[in-house]
Write a new protein. Structure first.
Length: 360
């Protein structure tokens, strides 16, 4: 199953116009395409926003009883489609279905003056889907049927986010291995790393995680399930408020995380905090890095090291009122891991938020 990379992530939301404004103004995305009543689409509005290689699509329904409205009602604003670029969408779909994936949308070709794009969709955990996108050199904005949007490029004072690093799925207790096996069987992915509840536990809660990746390491899908703890796991809280499994966080790569976090904070993005004690022990654990520890401490950026190098990362508070989807900014200096040295500090920070919501 050859994958060329991430194509886009589509969020189904209650109000796409306002969601687009949030991702543009808070996260520094640039609007590139639109489809809705003005372009002849009667039942929905979709805003496409981009930043370097990252493309988000924000879509809402225009009427009740619509699949998109029902999804937003059940899950709140969240990820519907993790779309993957492939050389041949029809073949990817046929192969996936033959390997046991549930087909959601048969291969179809969309065409306009700028060329043709082939799309086909399969189901994954919860109500999330994967669309295979075969762009075949398509030269229009996003997809046929979308109107290109001319927008000022706000990149000078933007966070400079570059690409999607990984997208994490939360699934129910006891079902992680089923979805690990799904990505092995359908996509031919392999398990890159796994974390047991001993690795990822705090005084109160625990989770287990396995990271699936394609042959080239472009696509990384960690899958989490809750584990037994003294209190409710953050994964349980997610499952309760999302009403089922779904995408928990999207990690975005940066090449200057200090500048990125400063820009995001200036624009109103709020990050999880980390106690001062974290910065008393971390420099010794992580060793020499290019950045200044003073900057990392000031911005509450986390650091970790593995056999291949180090990484810097930070997590936002949730992007909507439900404690569901959030974002990560990650900068890799060789390290291929996920910051497991930070899990305890991170989860304690998440639990402080959980406690504030009365959910711990
Ligand atoms: Fe992550």
């Amino acid at each position: 199953m050859p994958l060329d990379g991430w194509d886009h992530v589509e969020l189904w939301v209650g109000n796409a116009k306002q969601a687009a404004y949030y991702y543009e103004h808070a996260y520094g995305f640039r609007r590139t395409a639109y489809a809705g009543p003005e372009t002849g689409v009667r039942d929905r509005a979709s805003y496409v926003v981009e930043q370097s290689e990252i493309r988000l699509v924000l879509t809402c329904a225009l009427h009740p009883g619509h699949e998109i409205a029902d999804h937003a009602y059940a899950h709140g604003d969240g990820v519907k489609d993790i779309a993957l670029r492939v050389p041949d969408a029809r073949r990817a779909y046929e192969e996936a279905v033959q390997r046991g994936a549930r087909g959601v949308r048969e291969p179809q070709t969309l065409e306009d003056d700028f060329g043709a794009v082939e799309l086909a969709t399969i189901a994954t955990y919860g109500d999330v889907v994967h669309t295979f996108v075969g762009r075949n050199g398509y030269e229009g904005a996003y997809l046929p049927g979308y109107a290109a949007q001319e927008c000022a490029d706000g990149s000078e004072d933007g966070p400079g986010l570059l690409a999607i690093d990984h997208i994490v799925g939360n699934v129910e207790l006891g079902r992680m291995n089923e979805w690990v096996e799904f990505y092995e069987r359908v996509f031919g992915m392999t398990e890159m790393i796994h974390f047991s509840d001993d690795d990822i536990s705090t005084e109160y809660s625990a989770l287990m995680s396995k990271v699936m990746t394609d042959g080239q390491g472009k696509i990384k899908f960690p899958i989490n399930e809750p584990a037994e703890g003294k209190r409710k796991s953050q994964i349980d809280e997610y499952l309760e408020f999302n009403h089922g499994p779904g995408a928990q966080h999207i990690a975005l790569q940066s090449s200057n995380i200090v500048r990125a976090v400063e820009a995001l904070q200036r624009r109103g993005v709020v990050f999880l905090s980390t106690p001062d004690t974290y910065y008393e022990e971390t420099p010794e654990r992580v060793g020499e890095i290019d950045e200044s520890w003073d900057d990392l401490r000031r911005l509450r950026i986390l650091a970790d090291r593995d056999d291949d190098g180090y990484l810097l990362q930070i997590f936002t508070k949730t992007a909507q009122d439900r404690p569901t989807l959030f974002f990560e900014v990650i900068e890799r200096h060789g390290a291929r891991g996920f910051g497991d040295g930070n899990f305890k500090a991170l989860f304690e920070a998440i639990e402080r938020e959980q406690a504030l919501r009365g959910n711990l």
